[in-house]
Design a binder for this molecule. Structure first.
Ligand code: SF4
Length: 68
């Protein structure tokens, strides 16, 4: 089973919230700052596509997805 690992850089996050809206099982936003919170660094296979999409959509390049 392919493995996917997510890392985030909250310092780079500009609190747009796209990730939490696109994959709420994986990402949330800090209630005070709005910056990204990682809920699941190694999500199950059904969430790999949404996680990849979040990394592509993030306007601040604050999400990194590593596969393999
Ligand atoms: S999409 Fe990027 S900039 Fe927006 S909240 Fe998520 S990590 Fe932050």
């Amino acid at each position: 089973m392919p493995r996917l690992t997510i890392s985030i850089d909250p310092a780079a996050c500009c609190a747009m919230g796209r990730c939490a809206a696109t994959a709420p099982e994986v990402f949330d936003q800090d209630p005070d700052t709005g910056t990204v919170v990682l809920l699941d660094a190694t999500p199950p296979p059904e969430l790999h596509a949404p996680a990849r999409l979040c990394a592509e959509l993030c306007p601040c390049e604050a999400i990194t997805v590593t596969e393999g």
